[in-house]
Design a protein around this ligand. Structure first.
Ligand code: NAD
Length: 262
């Protein structure tokens, strides 16, 4: 039996760590050739390459800084030259900064909007022509519960993730009569480096231990009181890539332990 994504190519932005790495690994296991992207020390990038390639598929890496439109264009060109294009595009890279609106550093706002929203616009617009030509494509945008609801201190992140859901819906409508789909995943808390930093800040702020800070953080928003795992998100992304999901279009799919059901 051939792997479901054999012969397909996938680009996962921000896949040197966390959720992106788990999704890239799952796509590799399904037979896709994968392009990794993201920051990291050479050893971390090599480890990511080895992990994604362990099922025997092709793995490439491009160091594009997604805050720069020219880098995104170079990344998409590389995907075309290296693997013949992008069939599965996962816009996953994301960053966070926590501060009240009136204290929010303007340059942090610009960077968060660039990575979490504008980069997805550029990858999408550059990937779509070839997807349309092949009449097959899957675009999976990693948004957040913060694409649907807000939290204090996260103005740029919440604005960017709401925007990413808007981009998802428009892309889904414009491709509705084709074999290309575009959807978003909206995770609640996932214990990755992005969230570990918030756990550490809370531990310092409240003068508590790391384990206590972690438990308090997840309990505050997530009724399940348990973290979502990167592997659970990867499994859902794989479903969105399957034929069974070919009529799932423009969805904002929560995987959040009940966060936005409240
Ligand atoms: P992470 O910090 O573990 O990984 C982020 C990835 O993005 C890394 O590979 C990093 O190198 C890359 N990246 C950052 N800036 C970049 C840039 N300028 N150019 C290229 N790559 C860049 O974070 P994560 O928790 O795995 O987050 C992945 C996605 O999931 C993000 O979009 C995040 O908003 C979203 N998300 C995370 C959670 C959570 O609880 N962790 C919840 C909801 C949504």
């Amino acid at each position: 039996m051939s792997a479901p994504l054999a012969g397909k190519t996938a680009l996962v932005t921000g896949s040197t760590s966390g959720i992106g790495l788990a999704i890239a690994t799952a796509l590799g296991e399904q037979g896709a050739a994968v392009i990794l992207n993201g920051f990291g020390e050479p050893a971390q990038i090599e480890a990511a390459r080895a992990q994604v390639g362990r099922s025997g598929g092709r793995v490439a890496y491009h160091a594009a800084d997604l805050t720069r439109a020219a880098d995104v264009a170079a990344l998409m060109k590389y995907a075309e030259l290296e693997l013949g294009g992008v069939d599965v595009l996962v816009n996953n890279a994301g960053i966070q900064h926590v501060a009240a609106v009136e204290d929010f550093p303007a340059e942090r706002w610009d960077t968060i909007l660039a990575v979490n929203l504008t980069a997805a616009f550029h990858t999408t617009r550059l990937a779509l022509p070839a997807m349309r030509a092949r009449n097959w494509g899957r675009i999976v945008n990693i948004a957040s519960v913060h694409g649907l609801v807000a939290s204090t201190g996260k103005a740029a992140y919440v604005a960017a993730k709401h925007g990413l859901l808007g981009l998802t819906k428009v892309t889904a409508l414009e491709t509705a009569r084709t074999g290309v789909t575009c959807n978003a995943l909206c995770p609640g808390w996932v214990l990755t480096p992005l969230v570990q930093r918030q756990v550490d800040e809370r531990a310092v702020r409240d003068g508590i231990g790391e384990a206590e800070a972690r438990a308090a953080l997840v309990r505050e928003k997530q009724p399940s009181a348990d973290f979502v795992t990167p592997e659970q998100l990867a499994a859902t992304a794989l479903f969105l890539c399957s034929e069974a999901a070919s009529q799932v279009r423009g969805a904002a799919w929560t995987i959040d332990g009940g966060w936005v059901a409240q």
